[in-house]
Each structure stands twice: as structure tokens, then as C-alpha cells.
Design a protein around this ligand. Structure first.
Ligand SMILES: C[S@@+](CC[C@H](N)C(=O)[O-])C[C@H]1O[C@@H](n2cnc3c(N)ncnc32)[C@H](O)[C@@H]1O
Length: 276
């Protein structure tokens, strides 16, 4: 799993994604340019796969969450708040008030300093999971199905482990369109999971023009790249990039629906049989 539960996170398929990594031994830098909850960054850092690992997200709340967990000092505060919400949420009428309060806090993230925004971002994501609230952001805050006492009781332990892992990760809060050319080089592997077309789940989303711009940028890079695409992205990506791809279909355990993603790569994977 990523640093926090995150819609579109790679937690269920991280093993498949890692198996797509190029075999080349000369890669020394790994860059997750659209980091979100940073599932792949955390796994790559846990395994010590590269000497330089960079997590990036344009959303300063996501960046702030990684920053506070890396620093570690606020982890007990996350634990304390989650346990308090756990108690309050036993009262049905308090639950609705918490929902409303968290929605208000969510709208104020950009007015807070980066660490406070990061702290609330972690707390709200732990209290949330896919669902729709009116601002278009996908999360249903404090829902019986996902309000997960088991997870909250272990959150401190989990976040302290992530904190240790993050000591080796460089954190950035930039636009991927600037970051990618700035970091590009023959020894770099970019893992790219941008927001997907028609799925505006994030505070920063993508339209077709941005996806085409990203593909054009990637067509010219010197480094290795893996680009994750939804079925809707797929058609657009194919008009710009003639890279080979692998598709992965899996069942999402919360909804029981199947999800398919395409992974475009600009190199030969270990097995040509993987393609198509
Ligand atoms: C699909 S999510 C990534 C999920 C991630 N793979 C995980 O496992 O959690 C896409 C992320 O891209 C970020 N984003 C959107 N536009 C961006 C941009 N121009 N530059 C960098 N990050 C951006 C969003 O804030 C969002 O967190």
C-alpha cells in the first residue's frame, strides 16, 4: 500500500509493475513524477533498488504528507487523531458532523502551511476511500465499510516503518512537465502514473491536451520510462507513442469490479511474450 489509502493507488499491482522494470544495471535514479500515495516509490526504496529515489507530486498536501512522515515528529499526532475519530464515529450523529468538518478542512488545505496540510491530508485519506462527494473529489469519509479500526490501530507502526524507508527518498513538489526534462538522463527510470482521463479524483487532474503533451515530452527523453494508462488514456497515448505495452487486469476488492491498465514502456521488457 502507499503512504495512505489513495484512489488510483498501485497497491494491488505493485508486483506486476516492478516486474516491468528494465533489466539494465546502469540505472541509478528512479523518479515517480506523479507520486500520489507513492506506492512504487516506497517499494523501490524498501528494496533499495536504486541509489537515488525521487518522489514528486504537484499537490503540496501530498508532498507535505511525505515530508511529515519522513520527519516523523507528527506521526503520534496522526495516531492520536485517528483514534479520537474512531471513538467519535461510534456516535451516528457525530459521524455526520465529522464528515462535514473534514470536508471543510479539505477545502482549506491550500491556506495551511505545508506540514499542517500534509498532516490533514494523511488523516483524511485514512478516514476515506472511493466514493463521491460534491466537490468531485472521490472519497467517502467515515463509512462503515471502510472505517477500519484494525488499520488505525496499526497506523503508527506502519508510518514509522515508512518514515525509515523515506530517509533515502528525495521529496519534490513540482510540475511533472518541468521535473521530467530537468532530471532526464540515460541512467534514469521514470515511473509515470498521471491522473487518468475522465477520472477527476485528485486536486490536480488531467485532460486530453495534457496527456498528449506528456506523451510528446516522453517521446523525446533519454531515460527509461513506464507510463500507466487507463483504457480511455490508451487511445490517446497510442496516437503519439508507438511504444510497446503490457495490459494488467485485476479485481478491485472493495467494489469487486475488474480494472484494466496499460503500461507503456520505451524499452524491451524481459519477456517479449508479455506484450499484447
Ligand atoms: C494517479 S495518481 C498517482 C497514484 C500513485 N501511483 C499511487 O500509487 O498512489 C496521480 C497523481 O498525480 C498528481 N499530479 C497531477 N498533475 C500533476 C502534475 N502536473 N505534476 C505532478 N503531479 C501531478 C496528482 O496530485 C495525483 O496525486
Amino acid at each position: 500500500m502507499g503512504l495512505f489509502p489513495y484512489v488510483g493507488g498501485d497497491g494491488l499491482i505493485y508486483g506486476h509493475i516492478l516486474s516491468l522494470f528494465p533489466a539494465s544495471g546502469r540505472i541509478d535514479t528512479f523518479v515517480e513524477a506523479f507520486g500520489g500515495a507513492g506506492t512504487i516509490t516506497l517499494e523501490v526504496a524498501r528494496r533499495g533498488l536504486f541509489s537515488r529515489i525521487i518522489y514528486n507530486d504537484l499537490d503540496r498536501a501530498n508532498y507535505g504528507s511525505f515530508l511529515i512522515i519522513k520527519e516523523g515528529r507528527l506521526i503520534p499526532v496522526v495516531e492520536k487523531y485517528l483514534m479520537r475519530f474512531l471513538e467519535w464515529a461510534r456516535e451516528p450523529e457525530l459521524k455526520e458532523r465529522i464528515r462535514r468538518a473534514l470536508k471543510t478542512i479539505w477545502k482549506m488545505l491550500d491556506k495551511m502551511d505545508v506540514r499542517r496540510a500534509g498532516l490533514w491530508n494523511v488523516i483524511i485519506h485514512y478516514l476515506s476511500s472511493p466514493g463521491v462527494i460534491r466537490n468531485g473529489l472521490r472519497f467517502r469519509t467515515i463509512d462503515d465499510r471502510t472505517f477500519n479500526e484494525y488499520l488505525y490501530r496499526r497506523v503508527g507502526e506502519r508510518l514509522r516503518a515508512y518514515s525509515r524507508i523515506l530517509q533515502d527518498v528525495v521529496l519534490r513538489n513540482e510540475n511533472a512537465f518541468d521535473l521530467i526534462p530537468a532530471l532526464d538522463g540515460p541512467n534514469v527510470l521514470f515511473y509515470l502514473d498521471p491522473p487518468h482521463l475522465g477520472r477527476p479524483y485528485y486536486r490536480f487532474n488531467f485532460n486530453k491536451t495534457q496527456l498528449v503533451k506528456l506523451c510528446r515530452l516522453l517521446a523525446a527523453i533519454k531515460g527509461y520510462a513506464i507510463l500507466k494508462a487507463s483504457p480511455e488514456d490508451f487511445r490517446v497515448v497510442r496516437t503519439v507513442l508507438d511504444w510497446p505495452f503490457v495490459s494488467i487486469k485485476y479485481q478491485v476488492y472493495t467494489t469487486k469490479n475488474y480494472s484494466t491498465y496499460y503500461f507503456f514502456v520505451n524499452y524491451k521488457t524481459r519477456s517479449l511474450l508479455d506484450f499484447f
